[in-house]
Design a protein around this ligand. Structure first.
Ligand code: SF4
Length: 435
């Protein structure tokens, strides 16, 4: 009987993160399919990614079952910073888009739920999905932490958690200027926020544990950078699918051993292909850079581009931003300074919290360094702060590199705005103008 009661309790505690249980099921099933259907060397990024994501999901569910607090976080607040606590970190944005990628109707029912509740339809689906799930009590957060960045959606959407669901919301203030005084200020904000979070969940920060996870993340970034450098080769030795899985790793697996393993495995494969001048698909005909996001409602798009059009996606926004490793060997001020600097240079945070000139400069430089034939810009419905940038970028690429850019209006997490078919048709027509 005692055992029965324990199991009921465990299941009740696990049910504080029902969407993770749904995802775990979807990840396991997809992994099983990939293992059974694909040849042994087929789509390694997907195979390896699912394997490691599955391990992490299972661990999170187990920890939720043990009663650890559930901490929601914006991807602008890397999960490795949270590992000074015993907790289950849940990335608000990654959940919506993971479900969008892996379940047949994606997060659409939850977008509709929160829209019908009264939240504006045009806000970011990466947040709307998890908001809908929380409205439906599928998530029971103990606290949520988000910097005041990178966009209006974040400022306008996260208060829902505090004011409607009464979840403690902690908001470190992220400054816009990228300079010394900002890093010191934001470092202090991070420290105060973590202390506040500790009070909410009744725990002290274990700095040794946190440093261990930050060191793992330093190592992951180094390995990811090596993969990035290999992509300069023609043909690109890394398949398109890597970008989607790496985006998931960036937002969801920070500071975990599994993330480092994923990049190490992929680096080995990329080196082998590089040495043999091999391409994952048939033949590389077009080298494209996606300076913003890829789409998440159709996981197969990358593979289709590789195989049907011979188009490589060299990288998307989650795969070209790198920062200095965080110094964990000195005092706490140095640690928080490094965490702040890195936090302000994360993908999308860097681009959306400063003027657009550095973004344009980076794109022009990357186009040349990686021998790109074209750019494809997904103008995401949520990212209104970036709405005017694509046209300026298109002109810069035309004038300074002599390459074209396709702009597609889309909601990267909701196929009902621009369907997979329309998306593919647009790219196919664009590709014909390049060949
Ligand atoms: S910057 Fe764009 S994609 Fe990122 S959270 Fe904001 S609206 Fe969503």
């Amino acid at each position: 009987m005692k055992n029965g009661i324990t199991m009921v309790n465990q299941s009740k505690l696990e049910n504080r993160i029902i969407p993770y249980k749904m995802l775990n099921q979807a990840v396991s099933t997809t992994y099983e399919l990939v293992e059974k259907i694909l040849p042994e060397d087929g789509m390694p990024a997907l195979r390896l990614g699912l394997k490691y994501i599955n391990t992490i999901m299972t661990d999170f569910i187990k920890k939720a079952g043990e009663g650890l607090p559930i901490i929601g976080y914006h991807f602008a607040f890397p999960a490795d910073y949270l590992y000074g606590f015993d907790c289950v970190p849940v990335c608000i944005e990654a959940v919506s888009y993971f479900i969008s990628a892996l379940l047949p109707d994606g997060s659409e029912p939850y977008y509709d739920l929160i829209t019908n509740w009264g939240h504006p339809f045009h806000t970011c689906t990466s947040q709307k999905g998890t908001m809908g799930m929380t409205l439906d009590d599928l998530f029971k957060f103990d606290a949520i932490i988000t910097p005041t960045a990178p966009c209006d959606n974040t400022y306008a959407s996260y208060p829902f958690f505090r004011y409607h669901k009464n979840i403690p919301l902690i908001t470190p203030d992220l400054p816009f200027l990228k300079e010394e005084k900002s890093y010191i200020y934001y470092g202090e904000q991070l420290r105060l926020s973590l202390e506040e979070l500790g009070k909410v969940i009744g725990q002290e920060i274990n700095y040794n544990k946190m440093k261990k996870h930050i060191e793992l993340e330093n190592e992951s970034n180094k390995t990811q950078l090596e993969i990035f450098e290999l992509k300069k080769a023609i043909p690109c030795p890394v398949e398109n699918m890597f970008n989607a899985i790496s985006a998931a790793a960036t937002t969801f697996m920070s500071g975990r051993e599994e993330k480092l393993e994923f990049y190490r495995d992929m680096l080995q494969i990329a080196k082998l292909r590089y040495n043999n001048k091999a391409h994952h698909g048939t033949e590389e005909k077009i080298r494209s850079i996606w300076p913003y996001m890829i789409i998440f409602f159709d996981l197969s798009l990358g593979e289709w581009l590789d195989r049907e059009l011979g188009m490589s996606i060299l990288f998307d926004i989650f795969n070209y931003n790198f920062s200095d490793p965080i110094n964990t060997k000195s005092d706490l001020d140095t640690l928080f300074y490094g965490m702040a600097k890195k936090g302000m240079e994360l993908p999308m945070i860097k681009q959306s919290t400063e003027f657009f000139y550095p973004f344009i400069d980076d794109c022009v430089r990357l186009a040349k360094e990686f021998s790109a034939d074209c750019f494809i810009f997904t103008s995401h419905l949520g990212c209104k702060q970036f709405g005017s940038v694509p046209q300026i970028l298109r002109e810069a690429l035309r004038d300074e590199v002599g390459i074209p850019m396709l702009i597609i209006d889309v909601d990267v997490g909701d196929k009902r705005m621009t369907s997979e078919k329309i998306f593919k048709d647009k790219i196919t027509m664009f590709a014909q103008t390049l060949l």
